[in-house]
Design a protein around this ligand. Structure first.
Ligand code: NDP
Length: 490
C-alpha cells in the first residue's frame, strides 16, 4: 500500500454485538495499488503450468481442511450461523477447490479442432487463457463457499484475484487470504481489500479484468454501471425467490423436511433458499399438516442448541417483519411463527399459507426464515406461477413420476429433483441464474471458462489447396469455389 490505512471498521458477533475483529477501510488509491501488484503476480501465476498451480491449490486446501474448526468458529462468530453449518459450508467449498485444480487443464488446455472442407490445408486449436486480475466481491451469508466459487475457479484458470469480502465477514476473508499466502509466498496472487461498499465500488473502477459479484440485484446494477466505464465484464450472482414444487405423488415427509431445510437453514439467508412452496391441491392439506408438525421443534436463537442462528445483518429482521406483516394483512395465515416471532436479531421460523401472489412475500427476496406455502390446481399452474418471477436462481421439485419433466420446465439455473441445495455441492455442475438472479456461472467447466478468454489459432499445415486470401486468386479458383459451395450447401 502506498499510504497507511487510517480508518478502520469492526466486524461484530451478531449474537452478542462483541467485536470479532478490526479491519482497514481501504481507499480507492489503495485498491489501485493492490490491483497493480496483482497484475505482476498474475504474470508469474499464469506462467506456471496447470500442474504447478494445482499442486499449490491442493496445499492450500490441505491447510484449510486441517484448520477447519478454527475457520468454522470464525465464520460462526461473524455470521451467527451454527458452527456445524459453518463447517458444512467449508467442506463443500473444499470439494470445489479440489475439482477446479484437478480439471482446469482438461477444460481449458489447448485442443485441436477440425477445420472443415474449405480449410483442409489448415490446422486449428483453441485454448482458454486467463483474463489477468479478477475482482471478487463477496457476500456475508456463505462467506467461504460463495466467494470460493469464484476465487478457486479463477485461480485454477491462472488469474490473480483481489478479494473484497462483505463488511460483515472480513475476518473470514482475511483468514482465507493469509492461508493462501502460506503456500504461495512468492507473489501476491490472492490479495484482500476490506472496507464498506465504497471499497467494492473502487474495485469495480480499478480496471480489473473481470468482477465476480455476489449480492443483491440492486447492488449488482450499481456494479454494472461502475464497470461500464472501463468495459469490465461482470459475473452477477444475485438473489432469488426459489420455489419448491410438491406434486400429488410426492413423498410428503421428504418434501416437508427439504422445505424446512431450504427455507430455514442459515436463517433463510441464502440465495438458493426456498421461499415459495406450491403444492398440488390433492395433497395440500396433508403436506401443510406434516410441514407444521416437523417445524414444531425448530427454534432460532443465539445459544449453541438452537438449530437456527441470529440474522447476520442488523437491518434484515425489519425486511422479514414487513413481508410477514404485509402477507397477514392481505389475508395470509401464519401456521408457524408469525409477526410476533421477529425479534431484534433473532427471527423465529415462520410458515405462511394462502399468501396472495402479488404480496412482497411472494415476489421479493425475503432473505429470512420464512416459507410461503400456496395451493395449486395442478403442476402446470405451479410452473406458471414459478416462472412468473423475475428471479430464476435455484428450485426444487418433489414428485415421483414427473420430477425430471417439471425440472426442465422451470426457468432457473439449477433444479433439485427430490432434494434441495445439493446441486451446489456437485462441483461439475454450473451454478448461476437467469433474469434478476444474474448471469454468468461459477462452478464446473463453465465456472472455469468464466475467468478466461478463448484463444483461437489457425495455422497452415499444408501448401494452400485453393489460394483464397490472395489478390492472385484466379478465375478458375472462383469457379471451383462456386461449384464446391453448391455441392456442400446447395
Ligand atoms: P449488497 O448487495 O449490498 O452487498 C454485497 C456485496 O457488495 C458486499 O461485499 C458489499 O460490501 C458490496 N457492495 C456494496 N455496495 C457496493 C457497490 N456500490 N459497489 C461494489 N460493491 C458493493 O448486499 P447486502 O449485504 O447489503 O444485503 C442486502 C440484500 O441483498 C439481502 O437482504 C439479500 O436480499 C441480498 N443478498 C443476496 C446474496 C446472495 O447470496 N445472492 C448475498 C447477500 C445479500 P459491504 O458489505 O461492505 O457493503
Amino acid at each position: 500500500m502506498s499510504t497507511e490505512a487510517v480508518v478502520t471498521f469492526d466486524s461484530l458477533d451478531p449474537a452478542t454485538g462483541d467485536r470479532v475483529g478490526s479491519h482497514a477501510v481501504h481507499t480507492a488509491e489503495q485498491v489501485l495499488d493492490t490491483v497493480a501488484r496483482a497484475r505482476e503476480a498474475a504474470v508469474w501465476w499464469a506462467g506456471l503450468s496447470f500442474a504447478e498451480r494445482a499442486e499449490r491449490l491442493d496445499r492450500w486446501r490441505g491447510i484449510i481442511a486441517r484448520r477447519l474448526p478454527q475457520l468454522a468458529e470464525l465464520s460462526h462468530a461473524e455470521t451467527g450461523k451454527p458452527t456445524s453449518d459453518a463447517q458444512l459450508e467449508i467442506v463443500m467449498a473444499l470439494d470445489h477447490l479440489a475439482w477446479a485444480a484437478k480439471n482446469a487443464r482438461k477444460v481449458l488446455g489447448r485442443k485441436r479442432v477440425s477445420t472443415g472442407l474449405m480449410a483442409v490445408d489448415l490446422g486449428a486449436s483453441v485454448e482458454y487463457l486467463p483474463l489477468g486480475v479478477i475482482g471478487v466481491i463477496g457476500p456475508w451469508n456463505f462467506p467461504v463457499f460463495t466467494p470460493m466459487g469464484s476465487i478457486a475457479y479463477a485461480l485454477a484458470a491462472g488469474n490473480a484475484v483481489v478479494f473484497k469480502p462483505s463488511e460483515y465477514t472480513p475476518g473470514v476473508g482475511a483468514w482465507l487470504v493469509d492461508a493462501f499466502a502460506q503456500v504461495v509466498p512468492e507473489h501476491p496472487v490472492l490479495q484482500l481489500v476490506t472496507g464498506l461498499g465504497e471499497t467494492g465500488a473502487a474495485l469495480c473502477r480499478s480496471g480489473v479484468d473481470k468482477i465476480a459479484f455476489t449480492g443483491s440485484t440492486a447492488t449488482a446494477k450499481k456494479v454494472l454501471s461502475a464497470c461500464a466505464d472501463t468495459l469490465t465484464p461482470v459475473l452477477v450472482e444475485a438473489g432469488g425467490k426459489d420455489v419448491l414444487l410438491v406434486d400429488a405423488d410426492a413423498d410428503l415427509e421428504a418434501a416437508a423436511a427439504a422445505a424446512l431445510w431450504g427455507g430455514f437453514s442459515n436463517a433463510g439467508q441464502a440465495c438458493i433458499g426456498t421461499e415459495r412452496v406450491y403444492v398440488h391441491e390433492r395433497v395440500y392439506d396433508d403436506f401443510v399438516a406434516i410441514l407444521t408438525a416437523q417445524a414444531e421443534n425448530l427454534r432460532a436463537g443465539s445459544d449453541p442448541e438452537a438449530a437456527i442462528g441470529p440474522m447476520t445483518m442488523p437491518t434484515q429482521p425489519r425486511v422479514v417483519a414487513e413481508h410477514i406483516a404485509d402477507a397477514v394483512r392481505r389475508g395470509a395465515r401464519a401456521v408457524v411463527g408469525g409477526p410476533s416471532g421477529v425479534g431484534d436479531r433473532v427471527v423465529q421460523p415462520t410458515i405462511l399459507v394462502d399468501v396472495p401472489e402479488d404480496a412482497p412475500a411472494m415476489v421479493e427476496e425475503t432473505f429470512g426464515p420464512t416459507l410461503a406455502v400456496n395451493r395449486v390446481r395442478d403442476m402446470d399452474a405451479a410452473i406458471e406461477l414459478t416462472n412468473a418471477s423475475r428471479y430464476g436462481l435455484g428450485s426444487a421439485v418433489f414428485a415421483k413420476r414427473r420430477g425430471q419433466e417439471l425440472a426442465r420446465r422451470i426457468r432457473s439455473g439449477m433444479t433439485g429433483v427430490n432434494l434441495v441445495y445439493l446441486f451446489a455441492a456437485v462441483p461439475a455442475l454450473p451454478f448461476g441464474g437467469v433474469g434478476d438472479s444474474g448471469f454468468g456461472r461459477i462452478h464446473g467447466p463453465d465456472g472455469l471458462k468464466e475467468f478466461t478468454y478463448a484463444k483461437s489459432v489457425a495455422y497452415r499445415r499444408l501448401p494452400a489447396v485453393l489460394e483464397l486470401t490472395s489478390f492472385a486468386r484466379t478465375a478458375a479458383v472462383d469457379k471451383l469455389m462456386a461449384t464446391l459451395t453448391v455441392l456442400r450447401h446447395g
